[in-house]
Design a protein around this ligand. Structure first.
Ligand SMILES: [Mg+2]
Length: 438
C-alpha cells in the first residue's frame, strides 16, 4: 500500500443489511431511514468523506435495490461504491462479511450502516499501521461508557485492550465497543459462514491481537423510533443550524510549553504529567462555550513524525485533554491533529507520517476539513493562536484571527504580511473580543 495515501486507499465496508421494521419503516433498510429529508447514512458518508475515504463496499441484504438505486456507484457522492449481496438467508454480520471475502482488501474498516460514528478515522488507521507488528490483526474504537448507553463490554486498562466480550458481565468493563473497527482480512480465513463478527473480535482481544482507540463523542444508532428521533434533533443542530466556532491552537494557548531535558528545548508536552494548563484558559473556554461557540482545538503535533515520541502517545494525550476538560465542564467539540512533518528526521519510525500534507498549519485543512461536517458561521468565528502559522491558517480558512502574545521580533515581518485581526497579551483579552465583553 502506498503509505502516503493510506486513507484514500483504505476500504470502508458498511453493513447495510439491517431492516427498519422496528422503526415502523416497512421494507425500508434502516440506513435509508429519513432524517430531515435525506437518508440516515448520508450523514455518516459525509463524516467518512471528510477523512478522505474513497472506496466503499456495501454489504446489502433483502432490500438491496433501494440502497443501490439511491447510492449507485457512488459517483454522485464523489466516491466509489461496490456491493455484496447477502442473499435471502440471514447469515449474521460475519456471514455477510465472509460472503464478501473475495471483494475485501487486505485491511478494511468495518462499520454499521445504521449508526452515526464521528471519530478521528485517521487516528484509527494510523494507530494500526504505526505499531508495525504482524501479530496485530485489528483495532477497534471504544467509548468510556460505564453502562450509560448500553451494557459495557470492554476491559481497557493502562492503554491495553484486555478483553472485548458482549456475552459476559465483568466489573472491570468500563468501555463499550463503538461500532468501528479496522481489521486484517486474514481474521476471516478460518471462520465458518455463520458467525457474528463480535466473536472474532473477542478472540482477537483474548489473544492480544487487537488494539483500541479511545473515542470521546457518543455514537447514535437508530434501533428504535425514539433513537431515530434523537438523531433527527442532533442532525438538525449539527448540520442544518449555522453556529459560531472558536478554533484554538493547543501549545502555548491551551497549555504551557514543556522544557524537554533531552533536547534542552521548550517543546510540546507528550505525557499528561508534562501537561500544564495556561493560567486563565479554563475560565476563558467556559465563557466562550457559554456564549454558544463550538470549541475546537487545531494542533500541529510533528513529534512522532520526527521520531521523538510514539504516535499513540500524541493521540492518547489529546484524548486525555478532552476527558479532563469535560470533567471541568468544557465540551471540546473536536481536536483536529496534524501528525505529519514534511521531512521527518533520522529517528523517524513511522515513515507514512512524513508527507507534504494539507493539514499542517499554516495550511488551513485542520479548520476547513471541519466545514463539510458542521454548519459554521465563519464571519463570526475565530482562530486563536500564539504563532504566525496559526494566524495564516485562520486567514486562509476565512475566520477572524487573534494572536495571543507579544510581538516577538522573529514574528514581526511575517505578521506584517499576515496581520492578525486582534492581538491580545493575555488570555482574558480573548473573551472580550469574542463575546463582546461579556
Ligand atoms: Mg502554539
Amino acid at each position: 500500500m502506498y503509505m502516503e495515501k493510506l486513507l484514500e486507499n483504505t476500504q470502508v465496508v458498511v453493513l447495510m443489511g439491517g431492516l427498519g421494521t422496528r422503526l415502523g419503516l416497512k421494507n425500508v433498510p434502516k440506513a435509508m431511514a429519513d432524517v430531515n429529508g435525506i437518508p440516515f447514512f448520508d450523514y455518516q458518508l459525509r463524516i467518512l468523506k471528510r477523512w478522505g475515504f474513497q472506496k466503499f463496499l456495501f454489504l446489502v441484504g433483502y432490500q438491496a435495490s433501494m440502497i443501490e438505486d439511491y447510492y449507485g456507484d457512488g459517483s454522485r457522492f464523489q466516491v466509489q461504491i461496490v456491493y455484496s449481496y447477502d442473499g435471502k438467508e440471514q447469515m449474521g454480520t460475519g456471514g455477510a462479511l465472509k460472503n464478501a471475502y473475495g471483494m475485501l482488501e487486505e485491511e478494511f474498516i468495518l462499520i454499521y450502516g445504521d449508526s452515526f460514528m464521528d471519530i478521528d478515522y485517521r487516528e484509527l488507521v494510523y494507530r494500526y499501521y504505526a505499531v508495525e507488528n504482524p501479530e496485530i490483526k485489528g483495532i477497534m474504537a471504544i467509548l468510556h461508557n460505564s453502562n450509560n448507553f448500553d451494557k459495557s463490554n470492554v476491559i481497557y486498562e493502562d492503554g491495553v485492550l484486555v478483553l472485548y466480550d458482549k456475552s459476559v458481565d465483568n466489573q472491570r468493563m468500563e468501555y463499550i465497543d463503538y461500532g468501528v473497527s479496522l481489521l486484517s482480512k486474514s481474521v476471516l480465513d478460518d471462520v465458518s459462514l455463520n458467525f457474528d463478527i463480535a466473536e472474532v473480535l473477542t478472540k482477537l482481544s483474548i489473544t492480544g491481537k487487537l488494539l483500541a482507540q479511545v473515542t470521546t463523542k457518543r455514537f447514535y444508532e437508530i434501533g428504535k423510533p425514539s433513537s431515530l428521533e434523537e438523531f433527527r434533533v442532533y442532525a438538525k443542530g449539527r448540520f442544518d443550524t449555522v453556529q459560531r466556532a472558536v478554533f484554538f491552537d493547543r501549545d502555548g494557548v491551551i497549555n504551557e510549553l514543556y522544557f524537554n531535558d533531552d533536547t534542552e528545548q521548550l517543546d510540546s508536552p507528550f505525557r499528561k504529567e508534562e501537561f500544564v494548563y495556561k493560567k486563565g484558559i479554563i475560565e476563558t473556554l467556559r465563557k466562550i462555550q457559554d456564549s454558544n461557540y463550538y470549541v475546537f482545538i487545531v494542533t500541529n503535533q510533528p513529534a512522532a513524525a520526527k521520531g521523538k515520541v510514539a504516535l499513540e502517545a500524541l493521540y492518547d494525550l489529546n484524548t486525555w485533554i478532552i476527558q479532563d476538560l469535560a470533567k471541568k465542564g468544557i465540551d471540546v467539540e473536536f481536536v483536529a491533529l496534524c501528525p505529519h512533518h514534511p521531512t521527518g528526521s533520522k529517528k523517524t519510525r513511522n515513515h507514512f507520517l512524513i508527507q507534504d500534507c494539507k493539514c499542517r498549519k499554516p495550511k488551513a485543512a485542520l479548520l476547513t476539513d471541519l466545514y463539510s461536517v458542521y454548519s459554521l458561521d465563519l464571519e463570526n468565528s475565530f482562530m486563536v493562536g500564539d504563532s504566525y502559522t496559526d494566524i495564516i491558517a485562520g486567514k486562509k480558512a476565512g475566520v477572524r484571527t487573534i494572536l495571543l502574545g507579544d510581538m516577538k521580533c522573529d514574528m514581526c515581518q511575517k505578521l506584517l504580511e499576515n496581520y492578525p485581526d486582534f492581538i491580545v497579551d493575555d488570555i482574558s483579552g480573548i473573551v472580550k473580543i469574542i463575546t463582546g465583553g461579556k
